[in-house]
Design a protein around this ligand. Sequence first.
Ligand SMILES: *Cc1c(COP(=O)(O)O)cnc(C)c1O
Length: 423
Amino acid sequence: MSFVTESPIWRPFTQHALQPGAFKIARAEGAWLEAEDGARFLDAISSWWVITHGHRHPAIMQAIREETERLDQIIFAGFTHEPAEALARRLVALTPPGLDYVFYSDSGSTCVEVAIKMALGFWRNRGEARTRIVALEYGYHGDTIGTMSVGARSPFNAPYEPLLYEVSRIPFPSRGREQETLDALERACRDRPAALLVEPLILGAGGMLIYGADTLAEMKRICARYDVLFIADEVMTGFGRTGTLFACEQAGVVPDIACYAKGLTGGALPLAVTMCKREIFEAHLSPERARAFFHSSSYTANPIACAAALANLDVWATGEPAARVAALCDMQATRIARFADDARFSNVRRLGIVTALDLNVADRGYLATIALDLMRVFNARGLLLRPLGPTIYVFPPYCIEAAELDLVYDAIGEAADCFGRSA
Ligand SMILES: *Cc1c(COP(=O)(O)O)cnc(C)c1O
């Protein structure tokens, strides 16, 4: 049986008393996961937002195989290697102009931690004691103590609250109320914070909440006016999700520091980068060792992961992913449109390849069991969807076909028949 219940594994974000088992996947290809007994799941959330083109993209798998003939992990202080050098050069050329330095790490949380440390180090080395971070309501930046602190407070991080540091929180710029956000940012900037940290254009774990490119651009202008560093957490939005390669492009924004992780290797291997402007790097240049940037992960710039990322960038360079993303945006737009006036849903929305809608249910809380009920219904139909509370979202890999997407939206309609109610 491919449903494992007896296991010593403690799984992430899982209440084992309510979710005692897990499907045991033996094979993945394209948009599909296949269990040991042959049961198949359409991966409509790209395995938690990491897979971009599809599972096991042949060119990326080939690059991984080839790199294993040359290198495994090597120390990255005092030593370097061609996959890391080549990838850094390619990323500098590909990302918004001015992001001239690349710091390697291994996960989204870590690259955000690095960004925060860079910002604080920048100010300290300049002789200004700026340590406060400004962050958006509903934001999510990871699950370490540092990134939980900048993220939204919720039942998920309540036990750790005493350890979380204070941040200046500004309201989410919901449609029609953008000015409140901008005013709050301006007020926060007057206190001379170190940086503003945002997920550009769409807040992922906060519930796939979308806001406009002009608001993002205005936030950047305010930061520039007050000399506050602007950090873009593109961990989720990077590599095509919002319709462009990076979300900041749509706002013409060049962040001072940018974080990329999920999707950097096409989702095949863990790798992350924090990129920054020259002045941030140079603020750490000094004859004094104490001014160096003190951060390292054991697996910094893993050569095999870097080779996977290089292969991923080669795939993007063919132009094919951009064309697929454009086609997928259209397919998503037509499919989500059928729920636009459906009274069982609210906030029917789309940005790039991501669609989301909120099922009208009595309990809208974070811990509402509706998400688990919905998940079970979707799983039983061979679909991997994982609602965020009552928010159902579709976040497919770019290889998904029209007929496969139809399976997803038919299931969403039927789930609403089971659980939804008119607002
Ligand atoms: C997933 C995510 C992270 C954390 O990434 P991990 O690799 O899971 O540590 C950080 N920021 C955003 C916006 C994310 O979506």
